[in-house]
Design a protein around this ligand. Structure first.
Ligand code: SAH
Length: 496
């Protein structure tokens, strides 16, 4: 029989502190790969009847954990261990020095069964018959729910569970979070709780309210609350609230460089912008793994071009950006690599300035730097390359049109060529005609830092043939500084 669904949603804000037990009741067996995932919830227990069976230390740990929940707790233990006896004394739990009977589960919502319970199956059946959910220590077959590993920063609480797959990993993660989240987060959470209703009344619009809290948590009110100065934090917050209420909703734009695609290569500033975004206007380059880092409630619009076809005109992108920001949204304009390199940032910045929309530019790792890193090569070198040219192989009027290749060839240095893979045969022909030697080292990196990365180390004379067709973005690098890489690749080819 299925027990009734437990109460859902937010626990009362006044939930008291709890201890932090290990994820002790997780099943030992490995669930199949496609095992359904348990759903985590926080369960308010004030006034709820709970039954604990057994006299062991694990029941003592549960009691310590539950003691501050406001629940009515009954412990059935013929001979409680010292730890349990102490926990019973310290809590308001009622102790019954006898075995359970079926009537003991009446109106109980949760029943915990300890390891020393001689008849766990019968106890679980009786608990279910009374409509309770059961947790049996180390007996996953009787468990309706698992107890998570908990990081306690009351009233803030972080619960970690692996659905029984990896309790040790849950504990390890808990230890890391314990170390990373200052104890003062509890004070900050209490501060937020105390101000929540007042802020909600002052700012009924949920988007404005969220932005207000984002600002408060990133600014002085949170810093003061974390430092234990809640009165000063309150004055700051009240002042900020008054200003926020009086001011018209004012949005902003962050022009963010997403880097070459690996989310680890996004900057912390870029991450913060994404996590406070209302709207993300993205090109196709940043890729799904970076987009996943955006705030869950943020709207995402793909405004990128594919195969030279514009999904949205530049004018339409600018209109969207300015329009939403003017209505108070935080718009993140997310671009692959760095926004200042072949990304039409100039036009967007001019439009934002003309419209008087506040904006910031967050740099990103450009494809040339990512490719050089993946090749473990510098782009400049004291002996081999005194200059670095960022070029596009896709000019307004065709491949490499208008570029003075003879001049570039004469000056030397490293050429980083964006959007040049498709036109590579024509580009190479021009460079050779301009006087660059066919033996000049030339390298292509497709999908740099992304799954399916491909690195081709060749020469100007051979690169186009070696690269062939590309399905992802590819960057070309040409110049003497690449010689070491090309030499290694040729040596490898000879050896093979
Ligand atoms: N603003 C971007 C460049 C945009 S132009 C930057 O700073 O990197 C698009 C071109 O960038 C692509 O055609 C390709 O040449 C290059 N590119 C972008 N991401 C890349 C990647 N992960 N690997 C290789 N080349 C990439």
């Amino acid at each position: 029989m299925l027990p009734p669904a437990p109460p859902e949603s937010t626990p009362p804000q006044s939930a008291p502190p709890e201890s932090t037990p290990p994820e002790s009741t997780a099943p030992e067996s490995t669930p199949p790969q496609s095992a359904p995932l348990p759903f985590p919830i926080f369960l308010p227990l004030a006034g709820v009847r709970l039954v604990l069976l057994g006299g062991g230390e694990e029941i003592a740990a549960k009691l310590r954990l539950l003691a501050g929940s406001g629940a009515t707790i009954e412990v059935f233990a013929r001979s409680p261990c010292a730890g349990l006896a102490a926990a019973i004394t310290a809590s308001s739990a009622r102790h019954h020095a006898r075995a359970w009977a079926a009537g003991d589960f009446a109106a109980a919502r949760l029943v915990f069964i300890g390891q020393d319970e001689p008849e766990p199956a019968a106890a679980a059946r009786a608990a279910h018959a009374a409509g309770a959910l059961v947790n049996a220590v180390d007996r996953p077959e009787f468990c309706d729910f698992l107890v998570p590993a908990i990081v306690d920063r009351a009233p803030l609480r972080i619960a970690i569970g692996s659905g029984g797959s990896a309790p040790a990993l849950s504990r390890d993660l808990r230890a890391r979070i314990e170390a990373a989240v200052p104890a003062a987060y509890g004070a900050l959470a209490a501060f937020c709780r105390d101000w929540r209703a007042r802020v909600a009344a002052a700012l009924p619009d949920p988007d404005r309210r969220r932005r207000f809290w984002d600002g408060a948590l990133a600014g002085r009110p949170a810093a003061l609350a974390l430092a234990g100065r809640s009165a000063a934090a309150g004055s700051e917050l009240a002042a900020a609230l008054a200003t926020h209420q009086a001011a018209p909703a004012r949005g902003r734009v962050s022009l963010v460089g997403a880097g070459p695609g690996d989310p680890d290569l996004l900057t912390l500033q870029g991450l913060r912008a994404l996590q406070t975004a209302d709207l993300v206007l993205h090109d196709c380059l940043p890729g799904p793994r970076v987009l996943e880092l955006a705030r869950r409630g943020a709207r995402r619009i793909d405004v990128g071009k594919r195969c030279g076809r514009h999904a949205m005109s530049q004018a339409a992108i600018t209109r969207l950006m300015v329009g939403h920001a003017s209505r108070g949204a935080h718009v993140v304009r997310l671009k692959g690599g760095d926004p200042s390199i072949f990304a039409r940032a100039g036009e967007e910045i001019a439009a934002l300035e003309a419209a008087g929309v506040p904006f910031t530019v967050v740099p990103g790792i450009t494809a040339a730097c990512a490719a050089a890193a993946r090749l473990a090569l510098p782009l400049t070198d004291r002996a081999l390359a005194h200059r670095l040219h960022f070029l596009t192989g896709h000019g307004e009027s065709g491949p490499a049109e208008g570029e003075d290749w003879a001049e570039l060839a004469a000056r030397g240095g490293t050429l980083a060529i964006y959007m040049g893979a498709r036109a590579l045969p024509a580009l190479a022909a021009r460079m050779l005609a301009a006087g660059l030697s066919p033996a000049t080292p030339a390298v292509a990196v497709e999908n740099a830092t992304l799954p399916g990365e491909r690195r081709i180390e060749a020469t100007l004379g051979t690169l186009a043939g070696a690269l062939g067709a590309c399905s992802g973005p590819a960057l070309l690098l040409v110049g003497a500084v690449l010689a070491r890489r090309v030499a290694i690749a040729s040596a490898r080819a000879v050896a093979a």
